[in-house]
Design a protein around this ligand. Structure first.
Ligand code: MG
Ligand code: MG
Length: 309
């Protein structure tokens, strides 16, 4: 097994979500034993602490529905810097925080990948594509926009910081999608993004879909960032999220994804987002996230050596 250096970074962003609570995510993940779980698998863990909310960044945008744009813009700028710096070595794990934080982390990782001359792939595990622009969002919750932002779609200028590097849409794969707004559906068509919705998972099962993605990353020697939204999971096993959608990934589907990601050896960074401990039931969602991360770092039921029988 490869020993990794894992850097835990708390990003208590709540300004992009429709309700408060995600700012408690980093504390809940620590309480549920995230660092201990990773360390118990033989990896080195450095907890870099929790970032403080940066002062709001002057930002204006002609959509009156937008909520907390100066606060989110400041977080995006800060997190892009942190993600760029901390991805120089080791594997950063961002403990959110709502999903708007990924606008920052992925922006910073894209800059790192560009510097290395390697493509950045993004695996978006979510019920939602988060593909609104600052124009098209009707809720005004900026956690619904990060994929459009990091892939350089129009509709962000003047609102969020200018990107140092974008992610190629063809290098983004979404898994678990089951709630898409009309504007997102239009924008996703011909975008080049791979979308595996829950029906695709039902019809083909999750492993062959993920295998396709991993083979592409490997073939192009890419970096792979995984962004895990709690609502990827079925609400019956993960209730602590403000945007529950029925029909999500099961316990075993989610673990299988993490186990395959581990076996691939390709994952270079991770976001854990949208955990809202205020909505949890006796910590069960935080505990499940820790167990999933453990699978990503190599916990397994049985050793399965590669040999012929
Ligand atoms: Mg999301
Ligand atoms: Mg979601």
């Amino acid at each position: 097994m490869t020993t990794r250096v894992c850097k835990l970074i708390g990003a208590p962003v709540h300004d992009g979500a429709g309700q408060r609570g995600c700012e408690m995510g980093p504390i809940a993940l620590r309480t549920a034993g995230l660092a201990e779980a990773i360390a118990s698998l033989g990896h080195r863990v450095a907890d870099l602490g929790t970032l403080s909310p940066p002062p709001p960044r002057p930002a204006s945008f002609p959509n009156p529905a937008l909520k907390n744009l100066p606060q989110v813009a400041a977080w995006v700028e800060t997190l892009a810097e942190v993600a760029f710096a901390e991805s120089a070595e080791g594997m950063p794990v961002f403990m959110g925080g709502d999903h708007s934080l990924s606008a920052g982390t992925v922006a910073g990782l894209a800059r790192r990948a560009a510097l290395l001359g390697r493509p950045l792939f993004v695996l978006w595990l979510d019920a939602h594509p988060d593909f609104h622009s600052l124009h098209s969002t009707e809720s005004g919750n900026i956690h619904g926009t990060p994929v459009a932002y990091v892939t350089g779609q129009p509709g962000f200028a003047g609102g969020l910081p200018t990107l140092a590097a974008t992610v190629e849409p063809a290098h983004v794969a979404m898994l678990g999608i089951r709630s898409v707004d009309a504007a997102e559906r239009r924008a996703l068509t011909d975008s080049g993004i791979t979308v595996f919705d829950m029906r695709a998972i039902d019809e083909h099962s999750i492993a062959p879909l993920l295998r396709q993605v991993l083979e592409r990353v490997r073939a192009l020697d890419g970096l792979l960032h995984v962004s895990l939204d709690v609502d990827f999971l079925d609400p019956s096993i993960a209730p602590a999220v403000g945007t529950t959608v029925p029909g999500g990934a099961t316990f075993r589907e989610a673990h299988l994804v993490m186990e395959m990601l581990h076996d691939s050896g390709l994952v270079s960074s991770l976001d854990l987002v949208e955990l809202n401990p205020f909505l949890d039931e006796r910590g069960r969602t935080a505990t499940l996230l820790v167990d999933l991360v453990a699978s990503l770092f190599g916990r397994r039921v049985l050793d399965r050596p590669t040999r012929s029988f």
